[in-house]
Design a protein around this ligand. Structure first.
Ligand SMILES: NC(=O)c1ccc[n+]([C@@H]2O[C@H](COP(=O)([O-])OP(=O)(O)OC[C@H]3O[C@@H](n4cnc5c(N)ncnc54)[C@H](OP(=O)(O)O)[C@@H]3O)[C@@H](O)[C@H]2O)c1
Length: 377
């Protein structure tokens, strides 16, 4: 495994971190983690040198943190840096801050969380952070030893990112970044700005939730063929990131052991500056052809939908249909979904839109998807 600096912090992290948000599950139920498989995967990665594990309050409907307590037994806790996040959207009063952190420590069965993030900051949540004086509270918790390093994860425009970055002496930050999202949210500009300020950057959604791991369309393959590198889609996406000096660590939400092995191998082969200028130019061209009409990354923050609509899967099928020209095949898959999970069950309660980190107009787009697929019924 290779290791990199974390901004001004006196420690080194593995270039690949494990995101515990997309673990294997049983019966398609995200709360029902396949513990045997997931434990093996995470411990395997630690045995191979991965030293950073990322979780959060809502992952796997609250079960990710509880499950990690099991994984980190038998000496594994001491081998890694543990990251978790404060769910700002759940907090209304100052008193609740301690309640959430104490519960997280209890679920994780640890004395301290190494990297503690304000989860998915955006303009509205940043206003709440200021109103409830959450930064002062974080410092108090660091003094008490309940957390070590203070950071935030981010989903909003660059201007808000810049404001947040300049407002506090952060230890680190976490942004969505991959070769499609160079000018989206914090983007490349945000990455460089954080680096200049010596604030470590952790990358999330490096494969855009799996979108960049799929077999690329023919026109994209033709572009990749114009380079001297014989890489698959995952290698292109991950090497693109690790080639950049501003990236400290790339989190991947791996969902089976083969993915863990492959990503570790790519991490070991990674190198600063591995991509040439021509490679970057080619990838910019590839990106133009890889963007689907809906910027969903299947993070599942919108689930569970009270009406059981399977929003991420519907958007994934719609994106594939539009981008890969697989309209009929994707329509077939859409009608194979349990009918109570299809788009026409949406009652427009807006619960999903309030939590979507990508700010997607979910209700309107569900209607569009339903109309589109109904033409192939
Ligand atoms: N703080 C926040 O707001 C926030 C938001 C999102 C994510 N995160 C964190 O960041 C982590 C990383 O983000 P992410 O999970 O979206 O990462 P990602 O790497 O973009 O997507 C993970 C998905 O990519 C696919 N994948 C990974 N490696 C692969 C391989 N070698 N071959 C084929 N497919 C592969 C898998 O999809 P399939 O399951 O379809 O095979 C996997 O579930 C998360 O796990 C979470 O810890 C934080």
């Amino acid at each position: 495994m290779q290791y990199r600096d974390m901004g001004s912090l006196d420690l080194k992290v593995s270039v690949l971190g494990f995101g515990a948000m997309r673990l294997p599950v049983i019966d398609n139920n995200s709360a029902n983690i396949d513990k045997e498989k997931a434990l093996k995967m995470i411990r395997y990665s630690i045995d191979k040198g991965v030293n950073y594990i990322d979780t959060a309050w809502p992952y796997h409907q609250g079960e990710s943190e509880r499950f990690l307590a099991e994984v980190l037994k038998d000496g594994y806790r001491e081998k890694i840096y543990l990251a978790s996040k404060l769910p700002i959207w759940e907090i209304e009063k100052k008193e609740e801050l301690d309640q959430y952190l104490n519960k997280q420590l209890e679920k994780l069965e640890v004395e301290s969380i190494d990297f503690y993030l304000l989860h998915a900051l955006n303009k509205k949540r940043w206003a709440k952070v200021k109103r409830l004086e959450i930064l002062a509270w974080l410092e108090e918790k660091a003094e008490q030893g309940k957390i070590k390093y203070i950071g935030f994860s981010f989903h909003d425009s660059y201007d808000i990112f810049s404001e947040i970055l300049n407002s506090y002496q952060w230890d680190f930050c976490q942004i969505q970044y991959n070769y499609l999202d160079t000018e989206y949210q914090a983007g490349q500009k945000g990455l460089k700005k954080a680096f200049e300020k010596d604030i470590a950057v952790i990358v999330m959604e490096p494969l855009r939730g799996g979108w960049l791991a799929q077999e690329p369309p023919r026109n994209v393959k033709e572009i990749f063929a114009k380079t001297n590198k014989d890489w698959n889609a995952v290698e292109w996406a991950l090497h693109w990131l690790w080639s950049q000096k501003e990236v400290s660590l790339v989190l991947s939400g791996m969902s089976n052991l083969e993915q863990v092995k492959e990503n570790i191998k790519i991490a070991e082969e990674s190198e600063l500056g591995l991509l040439s200028e021509n490679d970057y130019n080619m990838m910019e061209k590839a990106a133009e052809k890889m963007r689907g009409p809906i910027s969903c990354t299947r993070c599942e923050y919108c689930l569970p939908c009270p009406e059981e609509v399977n929003i991420p899967e519907i958007f994934h099928l719609y994106n594939k249909a539009k981008l890969m020209g697989e309209e009929e095949k994707m329509a077939d898959k859409y009608y194979e979904l349990d009918d109570k999970t299809r788009a026409d069950n949406c009652i427009e309660c807006q619960q999903c839109e309030a939590v979507c980190p990508q700010n997607i107009e979910i209700i309107e787009l569900l209607k569009q998807a339903e109309d589109f697929f109904s033409e192939y019924k």
